[in-house]
Design a protein around this ligand. Structure first.
Ligand SMILES: Nc1ncnc2c1ncn2[C@@H]1O[C@H](COP(=O)(O)OP(=O)(O)O)[C@@H](O)[C@H]1O
Ligand SMILES: [Mg+2]
Length: 207
C-alpha cells in the first residue's frame, strides 16, 4: 500500500536523521520506500534549495521565499512523490507544505489563507497521510545545528521567530489530530526512532 509520511518541526530536531532511519527500516522490511527532502529532492529543486539557503541572500523578500519553496515543492510532487505513491510505495518527505505554513505563516506573519492557496496550487492538493512533529524547544534546535556546523540563512532569524514557528506547528497539529503525531525530540535518537516506527507499523497494518 502507498503511504505518504512527512516530518516537520523546528530545525535541529532530528528530522533528517529520523527520516533516514525510518526509510532504512522500511527497506529492511521489504517495503519500497523513498526518502525525499524539501526544498530540493529533484535537480531543479536542488538549485532552488541553494538559493534559499545561501547566507548571501539576506535581502530575500518573504513572498519570494514562499514562491521558491512552492516551486521546488511543485517539481518534487510532479516528478517524484505522486508517481511513487501511485506505484504503491511509502514516501517519506523531510519537510512539506506545513513548513510553509509554520515558517512563512506563523513565523513571518503572512496570511495563512493565501499561503494555503499557494501550497495547494503547488501540490495539486496532495496531502500527507501521516505527519510527525519532531518537536524541540527552539533554543535546543539552534544549539544542535550550530554545533553540527549546519548553520544556514534560515537559522539566522531571531529566537522569537523560531518560537512562533514552534507554536505554529502546535496549532497545525491540534487542528488535524488524525494526521499529526507529536514526538518529543529531546530524547536520544533511538528512542525517537522507536516511537516513529511503532506509529508507522500501526498505520501500515491498518491499511
Ligand atoms: N535525538 C537527538 N539527540 C541529540 N542530537 C541529535 C538528535 N537527533 C539529531 N541530532 C543531531 O542534531 C543535529 C541536527 O539533526 P538533523 O537530523 O539534521 O535535524 P533536522 O533535519 O531536523 O534539522 C545533527 O548534528 C544530529 O546529529
Ligand atoms: Mg534536516
Amino acid at each position: 500500500m502507498s503511504l505518504f509520511i512527512t516530518l516537520e518541526g523546528p530545525d535541529g530536531g532530528g528530522k533528517s536523521t529520523q527520516a533516514r532511519l525510518l526509510v532504512e527500516h522500511l527497506a529492511a522490511r521489504g517495503l519500497p520506500a523513498l526518502l525525499t527532502r524539501e526544498p530540493g529532492g529533484t535537480p531543479i529543486g536542488d538549485q532552488i534549495r541553494r538559493t534559499l539557503m545561501d547566507l548571501g541572500n539576506t535581502g530575500m523578500y518573504p513572498r519570494t521565499e514562499i514562491l521558491l519553496f512552492s516551486a521546488s515543492r511543485a517539481q518534487i510532487v510532479h516528478e517524484v512523490i505522486r508517481p511513487r505513491l501511485e506505484a504503491g510505495a511509502v514516501v517519506v518527505c523531510d519537510r512539506f507544505y506545513d513548513s510553509t505554513l509554520a515558517y512563512q505563516g506563523y513565523g513571518h506573519g503572512l496570511d495563512l489563507t493565501a499561503l494555503r492557496a499557494i501550497t495547494d496550487f503547488a501540490t495539486g492538493g496532495l496531502r500527507p497521510d501521516l505527519t510527525f512533529l519532531i518537536d524541540l524547544p527552539a533554543e535546543d534546535g539552534l544549539r544542535r545545528r550550530r554545533r553540527g556546523g549546519q548553520w544556514n540563512r534560515l537559522d539566522a532569524y531571531d529566537l522569537a521567530f523560531h518560537q512562533r514557528v514552534r507554536q505554529g506547528y502546535f496549532d497545525l497539529a491540534a487542528a488535524e489530530p488524525d494526521r499529526w503525531v507529536t514526538v518529543d525530540a529531546t530524547r536520544p535518537v533511538d528512542a525517537v526512532q522507536s516511537e516513529i516506527r511503532r506509529v508507522v507499523e500501526v498505520r501500515l497494518e491498518r491499511g
